[in-house]
Write a protein that binds this ligand. Structure first.
Ligand code: MG
Length: 381
């Protein structure tokens, strides 16, 4: 195990820095400081009441955005340590990557994107960046958390070209079709490993999918076989946990082997050489990449589009649309700080700017807060 940072890792002493200059931390690295700022943010605390697939009140055992983010950080840190990458940075990115998510998971985000169509749309990755760059109000001399370039680069996983053009140095890689640092690439893949596997786990727990259905996937059937050979008596929840942890272990092992091979053959001298690459260096071998795609397809068809999930999804979308329309028609239905800001931005920069404040307000809501706000509105209608 490497004890020191690899030459291609992000080095906090050579960070591209923060937008607002600050004195160096005394006993933490710049990336530790970023991670700590994320953990102390209001948006991070709200992740506990935001969901991925299931709505928050459906059961206490399902993943929330908070536990998901912790699982991403755990997987990413394991790989980072084994590869000599910067663990603090990969942790900061992992914990921050979903800060911009709306209530009600992807359903909420799709609805808000639709509401914002004529006002520049809504992208959750860009929203995570907005949260850490502008929306958190914790410091006397600047808005946002003033994170380092490297953490912000990792948070912005995807971005449309239109938005990339407005983001300066941070958006440039989308225009040039280049890569971010390895820590950012790693947090991205760790996110995928985490959600595929916990959606299998939560899906099985909910009874919406069954072991038998999943066994149609060769990769899953293989892991199930391995567990049955190792522990022939395991059944029920214990069997499911054993399969999920075996899948994560198998995927992480492949990710590590395959990434180390790619890094060795590209031999980047430093993080800028990584950024200059046209393809990511962190990734699965081709058979495993295909197994992950097959798992994703399975989950899309059998879990995300399950009639019970769909009913919830449609309800969630109606709530988001209702809230957006009501607040847009009358800013004063929002709390004062938001209504004043919406009125001011609308006046100074036009309707899109007013709509953006409404979107920011809704995106910040937890599932239960959105439900309550919607109920209260119906009561007053
Ligand atoms: Mg995620």
């Amino acid at each position: 195990m490497p004890e020191t940072l690899a030459r291609y890792a992000a080095d906090p002493r050579r960070s591209r820095g923060r937008v607002h200059e600050e004195s160096a931390p005394r006993y933490r690295s710049e990336f530790q400081r970023d991670r700590d700022r994320v953990i102390h943010s209001g948006a991070f605390r709200r992740l506990v009441y935001k969901t991925q697939v299931f709505v928050n009140h459906e059961g206490d055992l399902y993943r929330t955005r908070l536990t998901h983010s912790l699982e991403v950080a755990q997987i990413a840190r394991t790989v980072a340590r084994a590869m000599g990458l910067n663990e603090d940075l990969v942790e900061a990115i992992s914990l921050a990557h979903d800060l911009g998510h709306t209530p009600f998971g992807h359903a909420g985000q799709d609805a808000l994107n639709e509401c914002m169509r004529e006002f520049g749309g809504f992208e959750h990755n860009l929203q995570s960046l907005r949260v850490v760059d502008q929306l958190e109000e914790r410091y006397a001399s600047f808005s946002g958390l003033n994170l380092t370039f490297e953490t912000r680069e990792g948070i912005l996983k995807h971005c449309s070209l239109t938005n990339a053009r407005q983001l300066g140095a941070l958006g440039q890689r989308f225009i040039d079709r280049r890569q971010p640092g390895l820590e950012a690439q790693l947090a991205n893949v760790a996110d995928e490993i985490a959600y595929n596997n916990h959606d299998v786990d939560d899906g099985l727990r909910s009874g919406l999918i069954e072991l038998g259905d999943l066994s149609a996937l060769p990769f899953f059937a293989e892991q199930l076989d391995r567990v049955r050979q190792r522990s022939p008596l395991a059944h029920g929840r214990r069997l499911i946990y054993e399969v999920v942890r075996t899948m994560i272990d198998t995927l992480v092992t492949d990710l590590l082997d395959s990434s180390q091979e790619r890094v060795a053959s590209a031999a980047p001298g430093d993080i800028d050489a990584v950024r200059a690459c046209t393809a990511p260096l962190i990734g699965f071998s081709e058979p495993f990449a295909e197994a992950q795609r097959a798992l994703k397809r399975f989950l899309r068809e059998n879990l995300y589009r399950h009639p019970r999930v769909r009913t919830m999804t449609q309800r969630a979308q109606e709530i988001v649309v209702d809230l957006f329309q009501a607040y847009s028609a009358d800013y004063e239905r929002m709390p004062k700080e938001h209504s004043l800001r919406a009125a001011r931005d609308n006046e100074q920069a036009g309707r899109s700017a007013g709509a953006r404040v409404v979107a920011d307000y809704i995106a910040g809501m937890t599932d239960r807060f959105a439900l309550q706000a919607h109920e209260a509105m119906q009561g007053n209608a």
